[in-house]
Write a protein that binds this ligand. Structure first.
Ligand code: GSH
Length: 222
């Protein structure tokens, strides 16, 4: 029996969440080892498993994989979610990198200073609706398929759904001007592996609350 991948991170979204999403969408079961304190994180570093003394780290196929993008690309390629040729991979990379830009803004948002919160939220929503979502709406319209690239689910689709749901947590009706993205959301949410991940009790993590922000600041010393 193949060993399940083991994910090393704190018990929250951060940079690990899109890795959880991709494994879940691929139908791959995984284990998680959480650290909750600076001391536990340092123990992991001292064990020598973190190439850059950073997480996320995923134990998979006898390797300790680090660097979020490298991990995602490995999983996408291994589970056939990375297109069928170099051209499809280039499109997937372009979509995924745009989605990463947007999701990074959302990842850092809970760390906003109270006086900058509203302004930062406005900025995220403005960027989502004027720069990023129009790209994916147009891609679906021009491509005339259920998916962004090719004619089957790939890494970019999984990340698009993840990011749509994240932005909707900031503003529920944010997709109102994007009919094809609305359909895309409904359609991809019904894919059985993804649907299971969306159910309560899955390994999907909630947005960071104030208590977990304190824990994260303590672990990573910022
Ligand atoms: N480029 C890296 C990646 O994408 O994986 C950045 C990783 C990173 O900054 N990880 C943070 C960390 O380990 C936690 S989310 N910080 C501790 C440190 O940099 O000392």
């Amino acid at each position: 029996m193949t060993k399940k991948p083991v994910l090393h991170y704190f018990n929250g979204r951060g940079r690990m969440e899109s890795i959880r999403w991709l494994l879940a969408a691929a139908g791959v079961e995984f284990e998680e080892k959480f650290f909750e304190t600076r001391e536990e994180f340092e123990k992991l570093i001292q064990g020598g498993a973190l190439m850059y003394e950073q997480v996320p780290m995923v134990e998979i196929d006898g390797m300790n994989l680090v660097q979020t993008r490298a991990i995602l690309r490995y999983i996408a390629a291994k589970y056939d979610l990375y297109g069928k040729n170099l051209e499809e991979q280039a499109w997937i990379d372009m979509y995924v990198e745009g989605l990463r830009d947007l999701s990074d803004m959302i990842m850092y948002f809970p760390l906003s200073l109270p006086k900058e919160r509203e302004m930062n939220l406005e900025y995220i929503l403005q960027r989502a609706t004027t720069r990023f979502f129009p790209v994916y709406e147009k891609a679906l319209r021009d491509h005339r398929q259920d998916f962004l690239v090719g004619n089957r689910l790939n890494w970019a689709d999984v990340q698009l759904l993840e990011v749509i749901l994240m932005v909707e947590e900031c503003k529920a009706n944010v997709l109102s001007g994007f009919p094809l993205l609305q359909d895309f959301k409904v359609r991809t949410s019904q894919i059985p592996t993804i649907n299971r991940f969306l159910q309560p009790g899955s390994q999907r993590k909630p947005p960071l609350d104030d208590e977990s922000i304190g824990t994260v600041k303590n672990i990573f010393k910022f």
